[in-house]
Design a protein around this ligand. Sequence first.
Ligand code: NG6
Ligand code: CA
Length: 517
Amino acid sequence: MKSFPRRSFLKGTAAAFAAAFLHNQAVTRAFAEAGSGQKPNIVLILSDDVGYGDIGCYGAKLPHTPHIDGLAQCGRRFTDAHSDASVCTPSRYAILSGMYAWRRQDAQILPGDAALLFADRQTTLPSLLKQAGYKTGCVGKWHLGLGRGEIDWNKEIAPGPREVGFDYSFILPATADRVPCVYIENQRVVGLDPHDPICVDYKKLVGDDPTGQDAPYLLKMKLSHGHDGTIVDGVSRIGFMTGGKKARWVDEKMAATLAGKATAFIDENHEHPFFLYLATSDIHVPRMPNEQFAARSQCGVRCDVIEQLDWTVGQVLETLERHKILDNTLILFTSDNGPVVDDGYADGSVEALHGHTPSGSLRGGKYDLYEGGTRIPFIAYWRNRIPAGVSSALISQTDLLSSLAALAGVAVPRGSLFDSQNMLPALTGLSENGREVLIEADVFQRTAIRRGRWKLLDLNKPGADKTGSPAHRDEANCELYDLLADPGETTNVAAQHPDVVKALMDKLEQIRGGASV
Ligand code: NG6
Ligand code: CA
């Protein structure tokens, strides 16, 4: 195994920035020279709702996750990596745009017929990699909007992944629990019969398909809250749809369908540098594992779909190995937000946990501002290139844009992309240093700031000024935790450290006001 010089990664002064820049150039060059000369492939596996404690290498006893654990064992496992937000749409927007999503009021959980969040020609992670000569593919959950208003699902659906920078796409428009329950491959609904057109509405019933509200006796899985719209494949969803009967997906086959499209993309592109963004639907609700995984995990259906997710990772690894490109492929495995056990379907997950703790020892989960909401599993694996180990560097998924652009040797245009920091040295094990400051957001776009051991949660709701700032500064409605002494955020120490509260609040206000960190 080749080792790389570990150099200190200076920060702070102008000289230090110059040194850091040269260092990053050196990292990129070192990787390019040490390899075949070809730029490395990048596979980003973004799982859905997988918590910090859900995977074996993060402490889970059940379910079994041998493939993901293998990535961690031979790669770099991060213990302080964060999604931008504790829900999906903003978290994914931050990854692909390199911007903190709470800067945009509209980057919140979207309905399936929402307009695309990205502007025309906006710089994105895939557009930069494309510029660097990569073939770019997006397979799986999208949930970032499509079109510019009314969508006609029976025609070409654009703008979407193609305009965001993906050469190839095979997507679920939103989530598995939202209509329309059809796949879109390269701008067209897959398997659509023109005589059975699709119509979608999120406000009123369309067509005469039964709904969860009117015909609960038709359901193969009961709902616990929400999810009382159109019944598709025995499961009622959010929103209403009619038509497209032959095009509708089968939940139990989704993992295999997505894995098949992802591996086919690798098969087709293994001779060029490629970027594969594989956004699994696992382990989001409705949890409908294939029969191969049903009741396999011994801790309920939520754990079954974690084992199914692990199988997907195995499929990707096998394909890379078959093409003999594992030594030239960076694989990143992570999750879009923290875990939830009952997310609207009575699927027995709560009852079947048997001591499994999806957030590990962290407080909270999906939707929350506490660590369980945004501290997520994050593993970087690159065989014979990234040294095995565990890193406590503070990193944000927002950093992927700058880090992967640096790896691909493409410049990130200046402008509004300053939220994304180049963490390539930390990702590749050349440095132990992460960010100095990081912002996290919850489902209400409330924000928390991390600096070193301290985390300040501003629990005031953002006002209408679109900056993510509440109308008034109110330190009384903030909480402060010392994550070094109290990683489970059990004791609010704001009253004991008013100076820390003030300093962090000042910094948070500055960043929300548009400053870089
Ligand atoms: C919520 C849904 C939840 C899930 C979430 C989005 C209800 C009651 N709850 O509104 O089931 O779909 O949105 O999840 O409808 S995410 O991971 O895509 O952010
Ligand atoms: Ca999610």
